[in-house]
Design a binder for this molecule. Structure first.
Ligand SMILES: [Zn+2]
Length: 173
């Protein structure tokens, strides 16, 4: 159903659908993080406990778990380059990539928006995201980079030129 909906929106909005999906994901994640913060207050207790005092990986996994269980795929968050403002996300079983066979470019813009929104909220600064490898192009998993706008623009420019994902990651460091 998600695949059909996605394809319909691509047919309706063409190139604009990319931005539409990204913004939708971004807003969805912001709303989710507000609710997660409230839930952590209620569960862990204490008015002084909030999401920003907790481990980034724990927060992102707590956020993603119910989304993954609802059928949106399995995510791994890699914070090894967080000191440089970069977070890497690997997604298996993207709900939107499956209907596409041999796409020419990554298609999971909704997920890019989700990761950018969630990390913008957590890091309390504007974060962008780009997908550098997609299951819709035949890769085993989808891979995303989240970080400052300039770095994400550089990553996207490299991807467009055909730079392999591993090289994009190493050049950004
Ligand atoms: Zn993808």
């Amino acid at each position: 159903m998600i695949g059909g909906l996605y394809q319909s929106l691509v047919n309706l909005f063409g190139d604009k659908s990319r931005d539409l999906f990204y913004r939708t994901g971004y807003e969805w994640a912001l709303q989710d993080m507000v609710m997660l913060n409230q839930r952590l207050h209620d569960e862990i207790g204490g008015a002084n406990v909030d999401l920003w005092q907790m481990d980034a990986k724990f927060i992102m996994e707590s956020w993603w778990t119910p989304i993954g269980e609802a059928g949106w795929g399995r995510c791994t968050f890699n914070f090894a380059a967080q000191s440089q403002g970069l977070v890497f996300v690997e997604l298996h079983d993207s709900a939107v990539a499956a209907p596409f066979a041999e796409a020419e470019a990554p298609v999971c813009h909704l997920y890019s928006g989700l990761f950018a929104g969630a990390l913008s909220f957590f890091e309390r600064t504007e974060r962008h995201a780009v997908e550098i490898q997609c299951h819709a192009q035949g890769a085993a998993s989808c891979q995303f980079i989240v970080g400052p706008g300039a770095k994400i623009d550089a990553a996207e420019a490299m991807r467009v030129k055909g730079t392999p994902p591993l090289e994009i990651v190493s050049r950004l460091h």
